[in-house]
Design a protein around this ligand. Structure first.
Ligand code: 4NP
Length: 160
């Protein structure tokens, strides 16, 4: 059984699909495809079915990452279907935890930035209404946090 990661943001067209593509890249690079699987979702339904935002896709491609994705909304089933749910900001955290009023899955939900080694930001900033710089910064931060997450999963024995 693979270890299943779900990345969550608001729209599922900028931050979380980027995290998914970046993590998949690291997983392939380290030959961990049989060990880890990744998906992403948004807490909102505004962009359901859409591919990643064009500006986000451009920043990903510039660094050699793929830009796959088709936006979907987070559902409470995701608590059972994934081992770890990584949210981009505190608002996502609150929205996801609102689907779990009994607190059964609190331990499965974490801020992705907790795993960044070289960035001290605690949230992945929403780039949607900002300029191109914001998208570049998201990729920088996600590369750091995804690498840190992978290292954490290996060190704590969640994956071999
Ligand atoms: P994401 O970015 O949560 O990183 O996908 C956003 C995408 C769309 C909107 C906001 C943030 N929106 O307001 O439509």
């Amino acid at each position: 059984m693979k270890y299943r990661l779900l990345f969550v943001c608001l729209g599922n067209i900028c931050r979380s699909p980027s995290a998914e593509n970046i993590m998949n890249h690291l997983v392939e690079q380290r030959e961990l495809c049989d060990t880890i699987s990744c998906d992403s979702a948004g807490t909102a339904n505004y962009h359901m079915g859409s591919p990643p935002d064009r500006r986000m896709a451009a920043s990903l491609k510039k660094r050699g990452f793929s830009d796959h994705g088709k936006a979907r909304q987070f559902t409470p089933w995701d608590f059972r279907n994934f081992d770890l749910i990584l949210v981009m900001d505190r608002s996502n955290l609150e929205d996801v935890l609102a689907y779990d009023p009994r607190g059964e899955y609190t331990e499965k939900v974490k801020l992705l930035c907790e795993f960044a080694k070289y960035h001290s930001l605690q949230e992945v900033p929403d780039p949607y209404y900002g300029g191109p710089d914001g998208f570049e910064k998201v990729v920088d931060l996600l590369q750091d946090a995804c690498a840190g997450l992978l290292e954490y999963l290996q060190q704590c024995g969640r994956i071999k």
